[in-house]
Every structure is written in structure tokens, then in C-alpha cells.
Design a protein around this ligand. Structure first.
Ligand code: LMR
Length: 393
């Protein structure tokens, strides 16, 4: 019985100090003496033998708890430890139903299959994760592992040489573009990324740009004073200025609204992007000018890529090679189908240039070639000239 009348059956005599009980941890002893200290404060008397029993019980309890925790962790984490998971976040800005969108999903399917589920690819289309500029920053920071931006957007990466690919009427057709990128210029451009902590895995195709506004764009003079949205390339900026218009860089996800509200008057893009983003619904006239090419480079964070186990990396690489072949094989047809769908919608008028009108556009944009050297450097232009067997100015 204590001074407050409480009965503590086995605590009857007190000791001021007691040794740590052999076989128990210091923590057990501290816990035991801590409790005893408290009891003494409240007026209870506590024996040394009680401390020993208490500490031993506490030690047993600690051991059982530890064993139970380890067993639980083994059940939950066991399979995950045996099969370490690699997650590849693949962010992009276009719809799933486009060459790039389909390519990303094909890559997901193949990478997960070839790695027997060791790799999970999470595809985030339509700027759901990041817009154009943010996604590049996110890749450098490692918040996403893979992107496929249009090469027109590579200047913020410190690789403005890629903009050479945006020169007007540079590639005759899609096969010419595809062949060129397989040659030395494609590799040379990828080397430019290495010092930025980025690796280039593949080039993907998305056909040729059309041009639109809410008036027919037939002659260069029709561009005079129009605000035209561009995706980022200074080469595109230059050729629209050559035509007398005012180019404006804007994130892809903002284009529809900007066209609808008149923030910009027009834009350029490929049929698949016009169709899936519904740009054709807010532009009365589209000129099927096919004046410049839209290509993507699939890029990865180098630290992530080099850190993959060798077997996993080669499985992912195989998936990427096959997904790239697939994407490049469907790009042209996807764009033809989108153009047919736009035509069928009746929401916009399609215009086709005569040969003479096309020459007038080419002449108007010609100064861009001379200007380009100061922007992208002579080396990439020489490589392209050699590859394509053309003169650059
Ligand atoms: C654009 O911004 O217009 C394009 O780069 C979008 C894309 O990725 O096709």
C-alpha cells in the first residue's frame, strides 16, 4: 500500500542503485530503471530482484517483437527484393492516338515484356505530367526518365544544333528524313547531348508541317502581320519572320485556346497534331504546305540509363529499337489518315499550293538558310548538306 492507498503486490523494498542485468541490453535496463524511478517518485518501494525480472521480461518481449517485424517484412518485401523494379516515367505532350503516342505505348508494351515485368513504363501523354519546358527540366532533374520532344525544343538543353532539322524544305519526304537521321548527322547531334547528362536513343518521325489561320494562306503576303504560334525553334521563328509574320513560342498544351481566343492568329503543325488537338476546329483555313519537318528525339537521363543493370538495359534497348521502327513505319499513314479526317469534318478548308506558289514560299523563306549558320553553326549544316546531297545556301 502506498501513501495514496494503492496496492502494488510485489514491490516492497527499495535499492538506490542496481547493476545492468547480464544478457539484457542497456536499453532494457534503462527502461526498467526508468519505470522504477517513476514508481519511487509516486511513493512505491521497489526491490532489486524485481528490476532483474522486469528487465529480462522486457528483453524477451523485445526479441519477439523484432522477430515478428522481420517475418512481416519478409512476407511483404520478399518478392520485391527478389525482383527489383525499374520504373520508367515517359512524359510527352501529344495525344495517345498519334505517331509519338502510339510509339510510347508500344515501347511500354515491349519493355515490360522483354524485361519479364522487371521494368514498368508509365506513359504520361497530353502534357498531363509536364508541359514542354518543364518536361526537359524534369528529365535533367531525374523526375522523369524518358521524353520524346520535338527537336525544335532542344535549345534550352544547350543543343541548338538540332534546330538545323527545322530548315524549310530540307527533307524531300519521310524516307529521306529517316535515312538522314540514321547517318553521321544523327549520331553527331546525339553527341551534343552527352555533356548535358542526356542520352539520345532514337529519332521518331511525325511528318511535315501544315500552316493555318482563319484566312487562306496562299501567297507569302498573306502572312503579313499574323501572330503565328511556334514550338521553340529559332529557325521556325526566322522563316515566319521572312514571311512577314510575328512568331510566338508557346507550349503545345496552350495552343488550342490561344487559337480559339485570338491570342495567336495561326500556327504550323502536322495533320495528326491538328486532328487530335482539334486545332482544325478553330482555324478556318489550313494550307497543306508541308514546308518543314517535325521530328522527335527519344532522350533519357544518362545517370538513370547508365545505372540500369546491363541485362535490363539491353532489354529496354531492344524494346526501344522495335518501338522506333514501329513509330517510323506508321507516321506517314497516321498523318494521311488525320488529314482525311480533317477534310471529312468539314470544319476547315484545306488549301494546296501550286508549284508556282510553293516556289514563292521557298524564295521568301530562303534567307533563313543564310541566317541559320550563325545560329546552329556550320558543322551540322555541312553534315546535312553531305547526307542529303544539297547545297545549304
Ligand atoms: C509542338 O509543340 O507543336 C509539337 O512539338 C508537339 C509534338 O510533340 O508533336
Amino acid at each position: 500500500m502506498n501513501s495514496k492507498g494503492n496496492v502494488i503486490p510485489s514491490f516492497s523494498a527499495g535499492h538506490s542503485a542496481a547493476p545492468v542485468v547480464p544478457g539484457t541490453t542497456v536499453l532494457d535496463a534503462v527502461a526498467a530503471y526508468g519505470c522504477i524511478g517513476l514508481l519511487r517518485i509516486f511513493g512505491y518501494k521497489v526491490q532489486q530482484s524485481t528490476v532483474v525480472v522486469y528487465a529480462r521480461r522486457k528483453q524477451k518481449m523485445r526479441k519477439s517483437i523484432l522477430l515478428a517485424l522481420l517475418a512481416g517484412a519478409a512476407i511483404v518485401l520478399g518478392p520485391a527484393i527478389a525482383e527489383a523494379q525499374t520504373v520508367i516515367k515517359f512524359s510527352h505532350v501529344v495525344a495517345n492516338d498519334t505517331p509519338k503516342g502510339k510509339g510510347a505505348l508500344k515501347f511500354k508494351e515491349l519493355a515490360e515484356k522483354y524485361s519479364n515485368g522487371k521494368v514498368t513504363v508509365e506513359v504520361y501523354p497530353n502534357s498531363t505530367l509536364y508541359k514542354d519546358k518543364e518536361e526537359i527540366e524534369a528529365l535533367q532533374l531525374g523526375s522523369v526518365q524518358m521524353l520524346a520532344p520535338s527537336t525544335a525544343k532542344f535549345a534550352p538543353l544547350g543543343a541548338k544544333e538540332f534546330e538545323a532539322l527545322d530548315l524549310p524544305w530540307l527533307f524531300r519526304d519521310d524516307p529521306t528524313y529517316a535515312n538522314a537521321m540514321k547517318g553521321p548527322v544523327g549520331k553527331w547531334l546525339f553527341q551534343k547531348l552527352e555533356s548535358k547528362g542526356i542520352l539520345g536513343l532514337a529519332y521518331w518521325d511525325n511528318g511535315f508541317h501544315m500552316t493555318s489561320a482563319s484566312k487562306p494562306l496562299i501567297n507569302p503576303a498573306d502572312f503579313q502581320g499574323l501572330k503565328i504560334r511556334i514550338s521553340g525553334s529559332k529557325i521556325a521563328d526566322r522563316y515566319f519572320r521572312d514571311m512577314g509574320s510575328i512568331p510566338q513560342i508557346m507550349a503545345f498544351s496552350e495552343v488550342y485556346q490561344a487559337l480559339q481566343t485570338g491570342v495567336v492568329d495561326g500556327c504550323e503543325n502536322t495533320p495528326s497534331n491538328y486532328y487530335t488537338q482539334k486545332f482544325y476546329e478553330v482555324q478556318k483555313d489550313i494550307t497543306v504546305s508541308y514546308h518543314a519537318h517535325l521530328q522527335y528525339a527519344v532522350i533519357v537521363n544518362a545517370k538513370f540509363w547508365n545505372g540500369l543493370p546491363a541485362d535490363v538495359r539491353s532489354q529496354v534497348e531492344k524494346a526501344m529499337n522495335e518501338a522506333s521502327d514501329y513509330t517510323n513505319s506508321i507516321a506517314q499513314k497516321e498523318n494521311e489518315d488525320s488529314l482525311a479526317d480533317i477534310k471529312k469534318s468539314g470544319r476547315t478548308t484545306l488549301h494546296y499550293l501550286t508549284d508556282a506558289q510553293k516556289v514563292a514560299w521557298q524564295n521568301a523563306m530562303q534567307p533563313t538558310y543564310k541566317w541559320a549558320k550563325g545560329r546552329v553553326g556550320g558543322e551540322v549544316l555541312d553534315l546535312l548538306a553531305k547526307e542529303l546531297n544539297v547545297k545549304m545556301n
